[in-house]
Write a protein that binds this ligand. Structure first.
Ligand code: BG6
Length: 516
């Protein structure tokens, strides 16, 4: 049965664009179908795609996870997740049409029987429709299972057929170290061709991240300034007000460096620093990003204390309530030295960027949720105003806000009205919400569509993910509990604050972090 769709002319033109390009009939298989990611992100994204009419007319969803349950029970869970987390209130017909296509398969991921059963189910879809459906396997499980599932897909023959028909989508984290990432890549590429592999970094699916490419490469005015001659420093911040929620099991193994910096934040850095690609093909765009990553030297051990800072949140006040410290969170070992805040100073050693510091910081339980890139230009070479007049003059800043209040702000110096020449910074602002009057699709909507369509532009390539690890791996090792330099209890910052004061130590003299 085809899924009914509601489409609205006024809605996001990008999604409207997606509607026009057909996606081959597809069976999507989600491993880890009862997990948090599936419930909060993947199922609501699928509903919204169905709502837009963007899913292929022939579409089947198979959920696999360990728990025994009937198809109907799983459908009821899907419905509940969609009602709870969809960005729009579900239309009953569209929802019913989507749920009709859902099947559930219980099983453990290392049991070959599960894959035999899955194969039969997928073959039945082909027989029912009289055509070969493309198959997309979405690995939304704990990372330990990625390798197991890939191996089983290979062993059962499910990875083979024509390459264009079988794809594997792999969630983050892609390994917990450079070594693991290499091993996982080797495993994945022994079963699949790289063109079949879609490694998720959900930041790449965010409208505002894609807009950075439009901002840089669809506007001529910034390019002449976009280099070491005019840019003084770049600060990239991913601050969250929330703590770790119920994710202690994962987070305590990961920490802020692996959770956000190794992937999302390095991707943001790449978007700022990359050269214009010759064309917007997947390979050209990813080639340019990999060049940036290769231009960042892996930190030497001796340099790490001067360029990297970590800390943990202590009890404090957030969202109007008293909140516990990290060590008091449920499931966190009382002696954990996992960082919930990390800040780095990196340099991109190439012709365009040599000498410009790129500061990256990410943390949980900070003053508020904000993801932004602040580019500070060099100060003017000479101030002709009187001393008073010059006081308010500050270097220009360009701030790309990814969330919330997505937009771009250009900070300029302007004369304060009056008889004296006094100057202060003012903002020129573009806000997504007011300029486009539409709700942006969730990153996962775009990414699921692109993976089903076989467009890897917004996914991380094998060499890219390894290059990201090459930068972070020495710091991960240096911060490991077993490293001789391990400092005992970590620096702390109060929940709801700006982060640890030690973060200032990696800045150059006279510099400060932007307020969160
Ligand atoms: C995930 C991290 O990848 O990104 C989370 O695992 C983090 O810890 C999340 O909260 C942030 O994503 P967003 O889209 O809310 O910025």
């Amino acid at each position: 049965m085809a899924i009914a769709a509601i489409t609205a002319e006024h809605e996001n033109p990008l999604v409207a664009g997606l509607e026009r390009q057909p996606v081959a009939p597809t069976a999507l298989v989600i491993f880890g179908a009862t997990g948090d990611l599936a419930r909060r992100k993947l199922l609501p994204a699928l509903y919204n795609l169905a709502h837009e009419g963007a899913l292929p007319e022939r579409f089947h969803l198979v959920g696999i996870s360990r728990q025994e349950k009937a198809h109907e029970d799983y459908r009821a869970e899907c419905e509940q997740a969609i009602r709870a987390f969809s960005r729009r209130a579900p239309d009953e017909d569209v929802l019913a049409g989507l749920l009709d296509q859902v099947k559930y398969l219980p099983g453990v991921f290392d049991d070959p029987g599960v894959y035999a059963e899955l194969g039969r189910t997928l073959d039945e879809f082909d027989e029912q429709t009289g055509e070969r459906l493309s198959r997309a396997f979405y690995l939304s499980t704990a990372p330990d299972f990625f390798s197991v599932i890939v191996g089983q897909l290979g062993g059962s023959g499910l990875s083979r057929r024509s390459e264009t028909e079988v794809r594997v989508i792999i969630e983050k984290p892609f390994g917990a170290s450079l070594k693991q990432a290499r091993e996982l890549n080797a495993r994945v590429l022994s079963v699949f061709d790289e063109s079949q592999v879609f490694r998720i970094d959900h930041y790449l699916g965010k409208e505002t991240v894609q807009n950075m490419l439009a901002f840089r490469f669809a506007n001529g005015m910034f390019e002449p300034l976009w280099n070491r001659n005019y840019i003084d420093q770049v600060q990239i911040t991913a601050a969250e007000d929330l703590g770790i929620g119920g994710r202690a099991g994962y987070y305590d193994q990961a920490g802020a460096l692996r959770d956000l910096i190794q992937n999302h934040m390095l991707q943001l850095l790449c978007h700022v620093a990359m050269e214009p690609p010759g064309s917007f093909t997947a390979e050209e765009v990813r080639n340019e990003k990999v060049k940036v990553l290769h231009a960042i030297a892996a930190p030497a051990e001796d340099d790490i204390p001067e360029m990297a800072v970590r800390a943990q949140y202590a009890a404090g006040h957030s969202g109007g309530e008293d909140v516990p410290g990290y060590l008091e969170e449920e499931g966190v070992p009382a002696d954990s030295i996992t960082e919930t805040y990390a800040a780095l100073r990196l340099e991109v050693d190439n012709w365009r960027w040599a000498g410009v510091p790129f500061y990256l910081r990410a943390g949980k339980r900070l003053a508020r949720k904000i993801t932004e890139i602040a580019i500070t230009l060099k100060p003017v070479p000479h101030l002709a105003f009187s001393q008073d007049g010059s006081l308010g003059v500050q270097p220009n800043q360009l701030i790309l806000t990814l969330q919330p209040n997505e937009g771009v702000t250009l900070q300029l110096g302007a004369k304060i009205p009056g008889t004296r020449m006094l100057i202060r910074p003012v903002n020129m602002e573009f806000l997504y919400g007011t300029s486009f009057l539409s709700q942006s699709p969730e990153a996962y909507e775009r990414l699921i569509m692109d993976a089903m369509r076989g467009d890897p532009t917004l996914f991380t390539r094998n060499d890219e993910v390894e290059a990201q690890w090459q930068i972070c791996d020495p710091i991960v090792k240096y911060w490991a509990p077993t490293h001789p330099a391990t400092p005992g209890p970590l620096s702390q910052y109060e929940a709801g604050s700006q982060g640890p004061p030690q973060a200032n130590d990696i800045l150059r003299e006279g510099e400060s972090w932007r307020a969160i």
